[in-house]
Design a protein around this ligand. Structure first.
Ligand SMILES: C[S@@+](CC[C@H](N)C(=O)[O-])C[C@H]1O[C@@H](n2cnc3c(N)ncnc32)[C@H](O)[C@@H]1O
Length: 259
């Protein structure tokens, strides 16, 4: 019998040689076809102080929206191993439509890590997934808290993320993850100095974040993309970036200008 999940996932090689997946459900690739690994490193690791925290062995809580292939999680472990980091990491992630174990088995991320053996964690994670929250102890200091379900059903207790990896599909095909209410919810589960990064720079996303009380800045996007968003609920983490006029964007969002 055909596995319905498998029909929705097709592996594609991106321009840096790393795999992405094409989702026929959302009609979109999981990553930038110009380079999955290159994009993830740029957007989620190089535009915030996360790597400094890891290198200083600071404890960090991360919340990712969209676990997808698990690439961001693998890269995080690889950076930690490379730095000899002793950070305690709580990595929360939410995934409503997990890819099939067969697709996971064929991903080539081992070839793109400094520590290829870390990719062996992925099949174990996907094979053991239950509905709802899965608390998986990866090493003595890294815990993956993977919610297998829709973000709309994700109601964690006492979560105060330091970093948010907002890695949904784009707002046109995945609008529910880009609403003002979604960003309010993300604000409620973050510390006031948390930094949210996303590859997306759509005006509607900026408006939704501003409406939800985030301070919003733009910076150079990955792989020749002009812009991406960095946001925080405090001014300080954005001091080096160029801010938008949040009041103006929030008003436009409120008035339905981006609908
Ligand atoms: C761009 S991909 C994520 C890429 C991922 N971070 C990676 O490194 O491979 C977006 C992910 O969000 C998931 N998703 C979309 N809508 C969702 C929802 N409402 N709740 C939970 N997950 C959702 C998709 O299934 C997909 O895996």
């Amino acid at each position: 019998m055909t596995d319905p999940t498998e029909q929705q996932s097709k592996l594609v090689i991106t321009r840096d040689g790393s795999h992405t997946v094409y989702s026929s459900q959302f009609e979109q690739h999981y990553h930038n076809p110009n380079g999955a690994v290159a994009e993830s490193k740029h957007v989620f690791f190089e535009q915030s102080s996360l790597l400094d925290d890891i290198r200083s062995s600071n404890s960090v809580t991360i919340l990712e929206v969209g676990f997808g292939t698990g690439l961001n999680f693998l890269l995080l472990m690889d950076y930690m191993r490379e730095a000899g980091s002793e950070s305690t990491i709580d990595f929360y992630s939410v995934e409503g439509f997990p890819i099939s174990p067969h697709t996971v088995d064929n991903l080539n991320y081992d070839q793109h890590l400094n520590h290829p053996e870390l990719a062996d964690h992925l099949p174990v994670i996907f094979n053991e997934l239950s509905d709802g929250m899965n608390d998986i102890s990866i090493t003595s200091n890294i815990t993956l808290r993977l919610f297998n379900g829709l973000f709309e059903k994700f109601h964690p207790n006492n979560l105060q993320a330091d970093y948010i990896f907002h890695d949904a599909f784009s707002p046109d095909v995945n609008p529910e993850l880009w609403t003002g209410d979604t960003f309010k919810k993300l604000g409620n589960v973050s510390s006031s100095y948390a930094v949210l990064t996303t590859y997306c720079a759509a005006s509607q996303a900026q408006g939704a974040m501003a409406w939800a009380g985030w301070k919003v800045a733009k910076t150079q996007g990955a792989l020749g993309k002009r812009e991406m968003i960095v946001a925080s609920q405090s001014e300080e983490p954005l001091a080096d970036f160029s801010r938008i006029n949040e009041e103006h964007y929030a008003r436009r969002y409120q008035e339905g200008d981006f609908d």
